[in-house]
Ligand binder design. Sequence first.
Ligand SMILES: [Ca+2]
Ligand SMILES: [Ca+2]
Length: 250
Amino acid sequence: MDLLFVHVSRFLHVLVCECVPLPDSDSQMYGEIHSPQYPLPYPPNLQKQWEITVPEGFQISLTFTHLDIEGSAGCYYDSITVLYDEKVLGKFCGNENSADGHHPGHQPILSPGSRLTLIFQSDDYNPDRKQNVGFSAQYQAIDIDECSAPEPEDGSGPLCSQICLNTLGSYLCACHHGYKLRSDQRTCMCKFGEWRGRFSVIDCGEPEPLLNGGVTLLSGFQNQYLSVVQYHCNEPFYSPYGGNNGKISD
Ligand SMILES: [Ca+2]
Ligand SMILES: [Ca+2]
């Protein structure tokens, strides 16, 4: 069993800041899309595609404000299809009252990420009796709350080891009092500070947990400056550092 000795250090508060990239010129925060010639009837033999892009860190909320497309089973003749990458999020036709077709309703369609593809197509025949006018839709960018996302299944741990702060278009990690953010911008480590005035007890907080191992207090008082803790690996895990004891001090 390999051991690693660590001095728990004292600390000060942590300042965090963040730089968010400017939206690229092709992305917008909101917009409107409609079928060709809308609100006049759309022509036959049509295929038109739109690529909607909003800034990274946002998802798209798409709402159909009007939909009147020739209805058919499976929207085989005419349709508007909404895709995220290759995945079809919905294929629509008909209108609100038609028995044939599939209407999107008035609930917004949410993209998993910052882009959406819309494909409108009409076949070579449009009924003369009923002049379908197509569709009109509006979209807007909505911030993704990265802090509410479930923990990744790859075992890499939470997005932020201590505090996750959702921001508009991004997120940032922060640390409890006494810790500072590591260079990975997501995990925290105990921070040195300056002695100020009279001696006072410094609480460094709980030692960080060790995957497949444990922590034992060897001396001092738990979580206080200059306390010594011992990390150990649970069998059959071992330290990759060759069995030498390590000591980190201030
Ligand atoms: Ca048609
Ligand atoms: Ca966010």
